[in-house]
Write a protein that binds this ligand. Structure first.
Ligand SMILES: [Zn+2]
Length: 378
């Protein structure tokens, strides 16, 4: 979780500063008509941010205009993260040139960079430890590398925080936000974030890792990737689905649909859960999944007292072959199971909302990082 950073001083050396005429020459022809004085040139330069979502396998770039919103489509490329941060920075530099060219934008006219990484981030922009990326990223100041590479101010966030900020920003525009929002991001693991009074809750090192809240103290609790036992992530994630399949297989008598490699079966469970008449075993697995999510949400309420819990990610996706009615039933059941855990302890918290994400852009962490950069590096 990255702390807000003060705007970095311009990294460009005196000798590299462009003259006004050089800036003007670089401005796309269709933008030149907006004015000839320094004021209007500054206006052209100043509102577009580059968002970058660095993942273990893919790096996603998007352009975001503080006044007009998302510009064009996202550009995804293999991240080469296993070759180390410098290989990924090279991928990003080429991709940034490409996406800027597509939209007739001079990269040097960008206002700043908002990036995110699948690791805890410290306030200086350093990857604290490589939870979901190659070990060569540990202790690397990715924010500084980006800033140096582009001669631009940069911001580095945890990817879950960036995705949650995007959700918060979308909700703001639709008057559905909250001053105290927790988000659970379901996927292979279980990510989390807290947005408090419009700012990402952060701390040096680790913060709001909601997937690692203890929710299962039973004899069959599984060891989590973090080393602890019984984390919410060991149930409410793709890995959790795999764990639950494995336990059922060990007990024997599982229906044919749940036989075979547990991870492969886990990948079919969303489809099975959104079918017309799901098998009881399938319903039981999803019940356990969302019950654990509800327990984690309850703990968040105990500590922070959020009035909005948002669920996003893989569990929310609609299977292409699912009917709208089955999909809605799946989602309604899930919210009900989460609510049951919250209401059990807090029956008076009627105004605490538990909702699915309303952000319609998929994998929008790059835009969340860019939007947060526009707040922190205005
Ligand atoms: Zn854990």
């Amino acid at each position: 979780m990255a702390a807000p950073h003060p705007p970095a001083p311009s990294p460009a050396g005196e000798g590299e500063q462009k003259s006004l005429s050089e800036w003007e020459r670089d401005i796309p022809a269709d933008m030149k008509g907006r004015g000839q004085d320094l004021g209007s040139l500054t206006e052209v330069k100043m509102s577009i941010y580059l968002g970058i979502d660095i993942g273990a396998s893919t790096v996603k770039l998007g352009l975001w205009d503080a006044e007009k919103g998302v510009i064009g489509d996202r550009l995804d490329n293999p991240s080469r993260a296993s070759e180390g941060p410098d290989a990924t920075i090279n991928v990003i530099k080429s991709a940034a040139t490409e996406i800027c060219k597509t939209h007739n934008i001079n990269p040097q006219d960008l206002k700043a960079i908002g990036a995110c990484c699948p690791t805890p981030i410290d306030p200086s922009g350093l990857c604290v430890y490589p939870t979901n990326i190659d070990h060569s990223w540990q202790g690397v100041n990715v924010k500084q590398k980006l800033s140096d590479s582009f001669n631009l101010p940069a911001l580095l966030l945890n990817d879950g925080d960036a995705a949650a900020y995007r959700e918060y920003a979308v909700r703001e525009t639709q008057h559905q936000s909250s001053s105290s929002m927790a988000q659970f991001i379901t996927g292979t693991g279980l990510g989390g974030a807290l947005i408090i009074n419009g700012k990402i809750f952060c701390a040096p090192g680790v913060a709001a890792e909601l997937g690692h809240i203890l929710t299962d103290s039973s004899d069959t609790a599984d060891v989590c990737g973090c080393g602890a036992k019984g984390c919410a992530e060991t149930r409410a994630s793709l890995l959790g689905l795999r764990n639950m399949v494995k336990h059922r297989q060990a007990q024997g008598n599982v229906p044919e649909a749940l036989q075979g490699d547990p991870m492969e079966v886990a990948k079919t469970l969303r489809q099975l859960g959104q079918s017309e008449n799901p098998l009881q075993d399938v319903t039981d697995i999803w019940h356990e999944y969302f019950t654990n999510l509800g327990r984690a949400a309850r703990t968040v309420l105990n500590i922070v007292g959020c009035d909005l819990i948002v669920i996003s990610g893989g569990a929310q996706e609609k299977q292409p072959n699912a009917s709208e009615a089955s999909y809605q039933r799946f989602k309604t059941d899930a919210i009900g199971w989460i609510r049951h855990e919250i209401d059990h302890s807090f029956p008076h918290l009627k105004n605490t909302r538990v909702e699915w994400s309303i952000d319609t852009l998929s994998d929008s962490a790059a835009y969340g990082a860019a939007q947060y950069a526009s707040i922190i590096l205005p």
